[in-house]
Design a protein around this ligand. Structure first.
Ligand code: NAP
Ligand code: 3JN
Length: 346
């Protein structure tokens, strides 16, 4: 008999939670019941799932008593407080926040890269940061074929990565500027940081707050998470993360150095051509390359602009684009849930 699952979405009213609910409707998961959780602010709000109205409830430890799979995307502090309680009550938690990503006993999983790591879970599984996910999904086939020594990435990240309030700020600010009206930044670059700057018609080289080494947390997440997912601390990684006035779709300019000598750009393309979850869009003569506006709403990671470095024989440049709320967050979480079921882990 097919097993069926009671699935909870924590942060159901948010930018990521909304995508999770839509993807759950079509997921390869037999769902017997859903529970949608938020803060007290949205408790009582009605959401639709497969045509039925579901009332959002305030997330509390008791909310997880009967839950099989709990998808968390309500921020790190909510996960720190409630994810261990949910796991203790028997749920398998798939957590979208950075709260447990670097914990030794928590698998950090991108199914196309390290699906095997799921077997070692102890109740909590971490979903990586969106910018990391799309990068490692595209680089893993190259690493498998030619080895990977070094990665230098600059990101061009959409505001939806900062939640519903950031999307609203970009739209309202753009309108105000076009109408020649005054505006006052309240959210970007980081809601909780001291200063706020214009995001419309601008580029902000700050995502998340700064750490002691002058990298931001977003940059350090990319660096540390890449090594953990690829299970190789020797890979050299540097990141510069930039917010741009795009609603959906993160873009990344990525420079890599591989281990093997004598590899051509065509061989890199060949390694990516049939890679799972990856779509090659690389035809400069016909101006074909990935764009955020085209990747938005799609689950795949798009790769193009592949070229050999002109000075470093083992160096290559790539342009990697994906929908940050789908493969970068909600879709990767659903894939993890589907993989747990497929592997008989839950
Ligand atoms: P958002 O649009 O601001 O939504 C936040 C959600 O969390 C809302 O549903 C909110 O409910 C809920 N929430 C807030 N405080 C809560 C509390 N105390 N208890 C229960 N629920 C609470 O944010 P988002 O963009 O969806 O992101 C949410 C989190 O997901 C982020 O903080 C981050 O940790 C993670 N995230 C991960 C990635 C990734 O790279 N994998 C990308 C984006 C976000 P109300 O409606 O009641 O306020
Ligand atoms: O800004 C982005 O494009 C991605 C943001 C992700 C994010 C936002 C707030 C808190 C995270 C994350 O997933 O790393 C977190 C967090 O949980 O630390």
């Amino acid at each position: 008999m097919t097993k069926s699952y009671h699935v909870a979405v924590v942060g159901a009213t948010g930018a990521v939670g909304t995508q999770m609910i839509q993807l759950l409707e079509k997921a390869a998961i037999e769902i017997k019941q859903v529970t949608f959780l938020s803060s007290a602010r949205s408790a009582g709000k009605k959401l639709t799932f497969k045509g039925k109205e579901i009332t959002v409830q305030e997330a509390k430890p008791e909310s997880f008593d009967d839950i099989d799979i709990a998808l968390f995307s309500a921020g790190g502090s909510v996960s720190k407080q409630l994810a261990p309680q949910a796991a203790e009550r028997g749920a398998v938690v798939i957590d979208n926040t950075s709260a447990f990503r670097m914990a030794e006993d928590v698998p950090l999983v991108v199914p196309e890269v390290n699906e095997h790591a799921l077997k070692a879970h102890h109740g909590i599984i971490a979903n990586p940061n969106c910018s990391t996910i799309q990068m490692v999904a595209a680089l893993e086939p190259i690493r498998q074929a030619f080895g990977l020594k070094r990665v230098i990435v600059s990101t061009y990240q959409a505001v939806s990565g900062s939640g519903v309030s950031a999307i609203n700020e970009l739209k309202e600010q753009s309108q105000a500027i076009l109408n020649d009206e005054p505006f006052s930044p309240q959210v970007m670059p980081v809601k909780g940081d001291k200063k706020h700057y214009q995001i419309a018609f601008n580029a902000l080289p700050q995502i998340d707050v700064f750490t002691e080494n002058d990298y931001t947390y977003e940059e350090m997440k990319m660096i540390n998470e890449t090594k953990k997912i690829m299970e190789d601390d020797a890979i050299q990684v540097a990141a510069t993360c930039v917010r741009i006035p795009v609603v959906s779709g993160h873009s990344e300019s990525v420079y890599i150095e591989i281990d093997k000598s004598g590899v051509t750009a065509d061989q890199i393309r060949a390694a990516l051509k049939d890679a799972p979850g990856v779509v090659l869009q690389d035809d400069p003569a016909n101006q074909v390359y990935p764009q955020a506006s085209e990747a938005a709403g799609k689950k795949e990671v798009f790769v193009g602009r592949i070229r050999a470095d002109l000075d470093q024989p083992k160096g290559f440049h790539l342009w990697i684009v994906s929908d940050n709320l789908l493969k970068g967050a909600a879709w990767n979480s659903i894939q993890i849930a589907e993989s747990l079921i497929k592997q008989g882990i839950i």
